[in-house]
Design a protein around this ligand. Structure first.
Ligand SMILES: C[S@@+](CC[C@H](N)C(=O)[O-])C[C@H]1O[C@@H](n2cnc3c(N)ncnc32)[C@H](O)[C@@H]1O
Length: 271
């Protein structure tokens, strides 16, 4: 078992979210709902720019959640995105939002596991994994699978919570119980990536900028559309507050990585 799907949505998630979803949602109406990671759409935009996404590229968003990052990069960079996620309710909501945004030609979301992707080898120009690895215990199988689907030289974008002096204060947005959380340190993450044939271009500790974002957005007026609390349940503000406290205390950190599938790994040489 690589994650606890019950953590992400329940039997009522689809109905609760769709009841509040505008017929033609604007990115502003969706912002509090469909970007399920620290610094939301700002982080997605920065990472996609650093990855150098090019129009026409095929991008895989692993653990795509409700599909906000997939729709954002499709719209902004002219790429096509396939999103995979283990949560059936999240994918169902994400498909409906994609339809209402008129992006079905560019964005396809499906239920699938990150460690057994229904994708042919060496077909993806880029793979995006934002705030997903924290649920995946078997990191070597995950990274081997991501390397398999990327073309040689293809780009991997990771945005993770990592353990520093840890553990985090539970419950957190990715885990209500410690058994659901599988954090690595930055060094362990980089070493697992290298072992799967990735060459790291950039690795950044984004904790300070993330804490600044929490401070800047804390007093924002509440959204009148659906939010992640609609999808995840009423305890969601507590999960976010604990995530912020864990970062502030130095228990955890935010790490972003841009890496490439090394050509040597395809030729059978050392990664
Ligand atoms: C915190 S959310 C992030 C969603 C999305 N990446 C975003 O940034 O908006 C984590 C997502 O990872 C998914 N997930 C966790 N483990 C997974 C796995 N083994 N395979 C596929 N998806 C997984 C969850 O269902 C959830 O939607």
């Amino acid at each position: 078992m690589t994650t606890q799907p019950d953590h992400y949505g329940d039997d009522g998630t689809v109905d609760r979210v769709l009841a509040l979803l505008p017929t033609r949602p604007s990115p502003r109406a969706l912002a509090a709902l469909d970007q399920f990671h620290t610094r939301g759409a700002v982080a997605t935009a920065e990472l996609a720019s650093r990855a150098g996404l090019q129009p026409g590229w095929l991008v895989l968003d692993v653990g795509c959640g409700l599909g906000g990052p997939a729709r954002q990069v499709a719209d902004r960079f002219g790429v096509c995105v396939v999103g995979c996620d283990l949560s059936q309710p999240f994918v169902a909501v994400g498909q409906e939002i994609t339809r209402r945004c008129g992006l079905e030609d560019q964005v396809r979301l499906m239920v699938a596991s990150a460690t057994a992707l229904p994708v042919n080898s060496a077909t993806m120009d880029a793979v995006m994994v934002q705030h997903v690895t924290m649920n995946i215990h078997d990191r070597s199988t995950l990274y081997a699978e991501l390397a398999r689907v990327l073309r040689p030289g293809g780009v991997l974008v990771c945005h993770d919570i990592v353990q520093k002096r840890g553990p985090p204060i539970y419950p957190v947005p990715w885990a209500r119980m410690p058994e659901q959380s599988h954090l690595l340190t930055t060094a362990q993450t980089l070493s697992a990536l290298a072992a799967s044939g990735f060459q790291v271009d950039h690795a950044r500790d984004e904790t300070a900028v993330s804490l600044a974002w929490f401070a800047a957005t804390a007093g924002a007026p509440p959204s009148d559309g659906p939010t992640l609390a609609t999808a995840m349940g009423r305890d969601f503000p507590t999960l976010v507050a604990n995530h912020r406290r864990s970062l502030e205390s130095g228990a955890t950190a935010v790490l972003s990585v841009i890496a490439r599938r090394a050509v040597g790994s395809v030729l059978g040489g050392a990664p």
